[in-house]
Design a binder for this molecule. Sequence first.
Ligand SMILES: Cc1cc2nc3c(=O)[nH]c(=O)nc-3n(C[C@H](O)[C@H](O)[C@H](O)COP(=O)(O)OP(=O)(O)OC[C@H]3O[C@@H](n4cnc5c(N)ncnc54)[C@H](O)[C@@H]3O)c2cc1C
Length: 407
Amino acid sequence: MKHILISGGSVAGLTLAFWLREHGFAVTVVERAPSPRDGGYKIDIRGAALDVVARMGLLEEVRRHSTDMRVARFVDARGRQTGTMSADLFGGREGDDVEIMRGDLTRLLHAAIGDTVEYVFDDSVTALRETADGVRVTFANSSPRTFDLVVGADGLHSNVRALAFGEESRYVHDLGHHISIFTVPNHLHLDRTEMMHPAPGRSTGMYSTGRGDDAKAMFLFSSPPLEYDRRDTGRQKKLLAEIFAGQGWEVPRLLDAMWDAPDFYFDSISQVRMDRWSSGRVALVGDAAYAASPASGQGTSLALVGAYVLAGCLAETAADHAAGDHAGGFAAYEREMRHFVEENQKLAANNLKGMVLKSKAQIRFQMLMLRLMPHLPGKDRMIERVTEPIRRAATAITIRDYRTPAA
Ligand SMILES: Cc1cc2nc3c(=O)[nH]c(=O)nc-3n(C[C@H](O)[C@H](O)[C@H](O)COP(=O)(O)OP(=O)(O)OC[C@H]3O[C@@H](n4cnc5c(N)ncnc54)[C@H](O)[C@@H]3O)c2cc1C
């Protein structure tokens, strides 16, 4: 039986583990975190990715965990409401699309996998050496081992990508914005509600879903690339506090809560663009290979679909792996995924324009449009203009069946 190492146990890594097991491979998942990660923000599952989730038998459970958000309210610096829209339209969702907390999704994926794969937590790959018939892998904590193939599912700042393809500056493209998100007390008593306070060049939000008692604060701002150490959260918190100093609405209170936040996240809004997603016996999946950025709203769907396709393509060529033809599986994966990835990555730039507005005039215009929209004769066409590109991208691949090696 072929033994595949997956680095990263989040959406892409767990989905890949599930499908590789279905196809009869042995799987080890190495995850840097000390235990399954269940925190996070809300994410969307749309189009082809819903098909993947359904094939895993998880669609009903995923729907049961829907965030069930109701409304998005826009406020000015003094907290006065300036516009509203349905939460679905705000999130670019329609029809069967589901919004779920990332932690709920990874918990469901873990449960679906059960104990059919080996997990190594609190560890990380430190070196990869390809031999004639495998990859010799060195870990930070465990003893070295040899695997047939290695897949990096370790996110935007992928460690496997750095080891097998070179430093990340060659692949990670900053889209000129940063995002920060963390848990705060729900002091506004929000119930399935998003609040947004747009200001020129920076937006602040707060939301609470129907699940749990707390809320998330979200900060978005445009900026040139910023210099900071990614492990130094203290410095990142100071940066955020400086950038949002003097802002109105609830911003000071949210920044106060930031210092005690258990899950502070801060990063550039970036995309990963690569000519190839495999090199020898090493491949990449999910954000590690083709992060579309939070602004696309499609990163999770890409991770789900990419993992399903990669596992399927490897299964179909498994009989040839001994002769070194895992390359055929990797090539098929790239062929099947490339167009889907490109279509979804295209969404981000346009979405960002609406997420962080440049001037007070733009904000006033957006709020005016929000208030007028329900009364405009062409409102359906306007809504369609928002949802149609997302729907097209989310369905830009047809999920097919893959033969398992034994078939
Ligand atoms: C703030 C924010 C908002 C977002 N909003 C949305 C949204 O609305 N809709 C949407 O579809 N997507 C959204 N996304 C994107 C989405 O979260 C990702 O695209 C998706 O999680 C990709 O999954 P992944 O498994 O490829 O990577 P990740 O979820 O980033 O997982 C990578 C995993 O690898 C582990 N890891 C990292 N380094 C190592 C290492 N050296 N060794 C071992 N393990 C390692 C990490 O601990 C993690 O578990 C958002 C992202 C962010 C940051």
